[in-house]
Design a protein around this ligand. Structure first.
Ligand SMILES: [Zn+2]
Length: 115
């Protein structure tokens, strides 16, 4: 048996050599799968738990209920927040394009999304 069909990857967190199925695949911007994730699944879960613990406000189930209500009552505000988040993550050359799209569809939102 050769190992080439089961390439090993080192987890950056626990430093274990594991087969690729111990790692989550992530989609990159082009929608292709990549193995960029450097943490094995169990470390990834630990990392997420840690992250969630640090962001209790966001993941607190009680607050999620609140968030759902908030969404129902303020669908527009939530959309603006989501769009702003999206906008902020765009590369500079795409931002202008996206801004134009907002101007076309929701001219009154632009000030709140693109600043
Ligand atoms: Zn690990």
């Amino acid at each position: 048996m050769d190992n080439t069909s089961h390439p090993l990857k080192v987890c950056q967190m626990c430093k274990k050599h594991l087969t690729l199925d111990h790692f989550y695949r992530r989609k990159n911007r082009k929608g292709e799968y990549s193995w960029k994730t450097s943490y094995c699944k169990s470390c990834d879960i630990q990392k997420k738990n840690k992250y969630q613990a640090q962001n209790k406000d966001v993941y607190n189930p009680g607050k999620n209920k609140y968030k759902r209500n908030y969404y129902r009552k303020n669908p527009e505000k939530v959309k603006i927040i989501q769009k702003r988040y999206y906008y902020n993550k765009l590369p500079p050359d795409k931002k202008e394009q996206y801004k134009q799209k907002i101007i076309d569809k929701h001219p009154d939102w632009v000030q709140q999304i693109c600043y």
